[in-house]
Structure formats: structure tokens, C-alpha cells
Design a protein around this ligand. Structure first.
Ligand code: NAD
Length: 519
């Protein structure tokens, strides 16, 4: 443990503060219970998006180190799978307590590496914490089924057993919540885990792993390997890894889905989105406007459930005027500033891409009602900031509509009827979430029935289900069969064994019956 804390302090004491030494600390891997520095000479800078300060360096883990992580997970599985479920739950009970204890530290790390406001970073941790709380009930969640006397004196029951070594590959936008969607459920079910955090903000994963170790997770049950495409491909190809959880873009997600499935692994792949809100003329004005602003610009639009597209039924003008007023009133600054409403986007490249998509919208006929591209934030002149941006008169053939923008940009479309609005949403290739704003139950019910999206909001802008349900993106937003967390999450990380037992006094007989047994 001495080594663990030595490596930990060299990394985390500097995560939120400018480094006193000239070389930024290296983010450690976690292999077999020890936080160890990678021997790799290649690394990537983790950059504070509000300041461009290099916070740390994330190594491109070597193949030998990756193999060592898998081998330690494989070894740990032999005892962890037989550890009583009550003991595994107790680790989760302790972990949730420790996450609460360290929530400020986790949030500060997230704001430093990812850019979102401190308040939003607390939310990032909290929504992950709820999954840990849910994993405290694994004994009930993992229960099998039993049918007595399926035939004379014969009972059948099913057991949900862990799979073995599982892996998780994470995106940058929720550095705490998404790792917590993955490893708590996996390990509480008796699996061991290899976590590959986003190379853009790996700090929260390492802090969470420290807490998991402190909570009593045995060595080797949770391992962390850093890197990018090579390590991801190694995860997909490895014969000892049984299942892969992925959250991120469609390019990476479909690649991982095909490559890992081709090796016979289970894969759950949560991908990109273009979430629509339909606003009916009877929608409650203030509540709807607040919801659109919060869900469109919150986290600088870098949420997979951001409401990035609004379809106004029966005229948009008065709604748009108000949206512009609201948008202008938001404060864009470093996430560490207490009054910041939205922080920077993750990288210079992301900013450039978002600005290009805004420009392409303008060039193809959209009206730029609010332009946040040239914003300068006093004190943070080098940050990747984009202010709230609103484009109206957007049509479905525009590039800015077809692509996921993943920035603080709200697109406004118009429709003459609810039918037309629903058909616009349904023609979009993504199906993560969609919401309606209305005071009509009839309209809401029609929307709920006809909309092709996995997560539906009725007067709720970001309908992310709590962990007793599952995160149910559909169409191009999800590949796989079993969704993240909830019952589906437990099913993903377990396989069913069905036992048929016979306990009765068997009459002595030498008659052999070769026909298929029937009751
Ligand atoms: P990303 O796909 O660029 O990266 C995600 C992970 O995949 C990272 O760990 C990265 O190292 C790895 N990766 C990236 N490209 C790869 C490649 N070619 N081969 C192998 N591995 C690769 O995604 P991101 O930019 O970090 O995250 C933003 C995306 O994630 C958005 O599209 C957003 O909608 C999506 N997202 C979806 C959900 C959801 O639940 N549906 C949740 C959060 C984010």
C-alpha cells in the first residue's frame, strides 16, 4: 500500500493546482492492486480546457502491462467469484460512503481535466454514486429463478453467474459517472474488471479506483490501463476478456462492437445522439424555456442526452426570442468560477469542429440568432470557450443537423403539426432521447407511443433513468442487447446456468428408455 499512496500523491496533489515541478505527473495504471507508472515512453498530455495547463500525462500502456492487468484480473476472479455476495455488497456500501466523503475532490478533478462547472461535476459524481448505491442490492438483483416439481420429483432452477474478466472503455464527457456505470455492477456480480478511462480526463477513474481499494476491493478485481486505440484493440482481441462495455462516439463504438463481437464477446455500446425536444403551442412557457436552455447549453452541450435540437409546432418566433434572451444571460467561464453556467469544450480541435458546423449551418441557410464563437473569457483567454449559440430555420438536410455537434449549440426547426414533428425526429438516425413539452395528455401519449427513441421525456428535458431502470438508447445510439445498469446491466454481467435436479426414491429398474424424456 505504501507504493499505492506514493504514486497517488505524486499524481493527485497536482491535479487541480499548477504543477510545481516542470514535468507534469504521470497518471498511474492499476495492476494487481498496485498503482504503477507505465514503462511506456509514449504519453498524451491531459490539458485543462479552461487554461491549456498540462495537468498530467497519460501513458500509452505497453502490451506487456496490458497482459499483466488481464492476468491479474483472471487470477483474482478465481477467489472473487466465490466471495459471498454479501461481502461484495459490503464493498459497495463502503464505496458509496467514500465517494460521498471525497465528492469535492472528485468534482475538482473533473472540472480541472474536463472543464464542466464544479456544480455540474458534483452531478457527474452523484449520478454515478447512485449506481454504486444500486449495486448494494446485488444479492436481490442477481437472484435466479426456481420452479419446483417441473416433472415428478424434479426441480429446475437458474443461477446468474459472473462471466469472468470484463472491460470498460470510457468517453471524456462524464469522467466519474460512466466508469461508475460499469465497474460497480460488474464487480458486485462477481466479475473482475479492466477499465480504460478516456485519455482526455483519466484522473477521476484513478481516484475512484483508490476509493474502491480503500473500500476493500481485493487486489486484481479492478485494474486500470490507460491509452487510446491500441489498448482498446487489445481489449477487443484478448481471449480472456469476456465482455466489453463501451460509451463514446459511433466511429469508435461500431468498431469496438464489431471487433469484440467477432471474438465472441458480449458488447454493450452506447454511442452518439441528436436529442430532440418537441415544443407544442400549449407548453408551459417558463418551465419549457428553462428546460431548453439548461438541457441545450448545460455542460457546454457535451452530454449524450443534451437536448440539442428543438422542433417548435405552430410557430417558433416568440420562443426563439426568449431563448436568445436566456442564452445571452448565461455566464461562460472556467468551471472553477462559482458563477459560471457553462465551461469550455474539451479541446481546441473540438472547438474548431463545432465552429465549422455552426458555419456550415449558416452557409446552408440557417439563421444565426446567437453566435458564441468569438467569445473571450477574461482571465481565461486561452480556454476552448464557445458561448451559447442558436441557429433557427434549420432543416434536416443540413450538416449541422445530421452531425452530433456536442457543443453549446441549439438548433431550431419548425413543424405544422405534432405528426410532422414526430416524423422529423423519427427520420433522424440517432435514438438516444426525445422529449415533448405540452400540457396536453393526448399529445404526450401520442408522442410516447409513436416516437422512436430509447429514452422519452414528457416535460422532462434530460430523461436519464435512475439505476433501478436502465439507460435505453436505441437506433444508432446503441449496439448490443443488454443496456447499461438496472436489470439489463446485471444481465449483461452475468450468464445463466440452469440446473435440473432429481431427488426422489428411485425404483430399481434395468429398463433403459432412449426416447426424449417427457413429464
Ligand atoms: P470517443 O469515441 O472519441 O472516445 C471514447 C473512447 O473510445 C475513449 O476511451 C477513446 O480512447 C476510445 N477510442 C476513440 N476512438 C477510437 C478508435 N478509433 N479505436 C479504438 N478506440 C477508440 O468519444 P468521446 O469523444 O470521448 O465522447 C463523446 C461521445 O460519446 C459523443 O458521441 C457522445 O454522444 C457519446 N456518449 C454517449 C453516451 C451514451 O450513453 N449514449 C454517454 C456519454 C457519451
Amino acid at each position: 500500500r505504501a507504493t499505492i499512496f506514493a504514486v497517488r500523491s505524486s499524481h493527485f496533489s497536482t491535479a487541480a493546482e499548477p504543477s510545481s515541478s516542470s514535468t507534469p505527473p504521470r497518471v498511474p495504471n492499476l495492476i494487481g492492486g498496485a498503482f504503477v507508472n507505465s514503462q511506456s515512453s509514449a504519453s498524451i498530455d491531459v490539458i485543462n480546457p479552461a487554461t491549456q495547463q498540462v495537468v498530467s500525462q497519460v501513458p500509452l500502456t505497453t502490451n506487456e502491462e496490458f497482459k499483466a492487468a488481464v492476468s491479474s484480473a483472471k487470477k483474482a476472479f478465481q477467489s472473487w467469484r466465490h466471495t459471498p455476495v454479501t461481502t461484495r455488497q459490503r464493498v459497495m456500501f463502503k464505496l458509496q460512503e467514500l465517494i460521498r466523503r471525497d465528492i469535492d475532490k472528485l468534482a475538482l478533478n473533473i472540472t480541472t481535466e474536463q472543464g464542466k462547472t464544479l456544480k455540474d461535476a458534483h452531478g457527474d459524481v452523484f449520478r454515478g454514486l447512485e449506481v454504486v448505491e444500486h449495486a448494494c442490492g446485488t444479492a436481490t438483483l442477481q437472484m435466479g429463478e426456481y420452479v419446483s416439481n417441473v416433472s415428478n420429483g424434479i426441480d429446475t432452477y437458474s443461477i446468474r453467474e459472473p462471466l469472468g474478466v470484463c472491460a470498460g472503455i470510457c468517453p471524456f464527457n462524464f469522467p466519474a459517472m460512466i466508469p461508475l456505470w460499469m465497474f460497480p455492477i460488474a464487480v458486485a456480480c462477481g466479475n473482475t474488471f479492466i477499465l480504460k478511462p478516456s485519455e482526455k480526463d483519466p484522473g477521476a477513474s484513478v481516484l475512484l479506483a483508490e476509493l474502491a481499494m480503500e473500500a476493500g476491493l481485493p487486489d486484481g478485481v479492478l485494474n486500470i490501463v490507460h491509452g487510446t486505440n491500441d489498448i482498446v484493440n487489445a481489449i477487443c482481441d484478448d481471449d480472456d476478456i469476456r465482455a466489453v462495455s463501451f460509451v463514446g462516439s459511433n466511429t469508435a463504438g461500431m468498431h469496438i462492437y464489431s471487433r469484440a463481437s467477432a471474438k465472441g464477446k458480449r458488447v454493450q455500446s452506447n454511442m452518439g445522439a441528436k436529442n430532440h425536444g418537441i415544443v407544442m403551442p400549449d407548453a408551459s412557457p417558463d418551465a419549457t424555456l428553462s428546460a431548453l436552455v439548461a438541457a441545450g447549453f448545460g455542460a457546454a452541450g457535451q452530454r449524450c442526452m443534451a437536448l440539442s435540437t428543438v422542433v417548435f409546432v405552430g410557430g417558433s418566433k416568440s420562443w426563439e426570442n426568449k431563448l436568445v434572451e436566456y442564452g445571452k444571460s448565461l455566464k461562460v467561464s472556467s468551471g472553477t468560477e462559482p458563477d459560471a453556467d457553462l465551461g469550455p469544450v474539451i479541446s481546441k480541435q473540438a472547438k474548431e469542429r463545432i465552429c465549422n458546423l455552426i458555419q456550415s449551418g449558416v452557409e446552408s441557410g440557417a439563421k444565426l440568432l446567437l453566435d458564441g464563437r468569438d467569445i473571450v473569457v477574461p482571465g481565461y483567454e486561452h480556454g476552448n470557450f464557445i458561448g451559447p449559440t442558436i441557429l433557427s430555420n434549420v432543416t434536416a438536410d443540413m450538416e449541422c443537423y445530421k452531425e452530433e455537434i456536442f457543443g453549446p449549440v441549439l438548433l431550431c426547426l419548425e413543424a405544422d403539426s405534432l405528426e410532422e414533428a414526430i416524423s422529423i425526429v423519427n427520420r433522424n438516425r440517432y435514438g438516444n432521447g426525445a422529449s415533448i413539452f405540452t400540457t396536453s395528455g393526448v399529445a404526450a401519449r401520442k408522442f410516447q407511443t409513436e416516437i422512436e427513441a430509447g429514452q422519452v421525456g414528457i416535460n422532462v428535458p434530460i430523461p436519464v433513468p435512475l439505476p433501478f431502470f436502465s439507460f435505453t438508447g436505441s437506433k444508432a445510439s446503441f449496439a448490443g442487447d443488454l443496456n447499461f445498469y438496472g436489470k439489463a446491466g446485471v444481465n449483461f454481467f452475468t450468464q445463466i446456468k440452469t440446473v435440473t435436479q432429481q431427488w426422489k426414491s428411485l425404483p430399481g429398474s434395468n429398463v433403459v428408455n432412449l426416447a426424449m424424456p417427457t413429464s
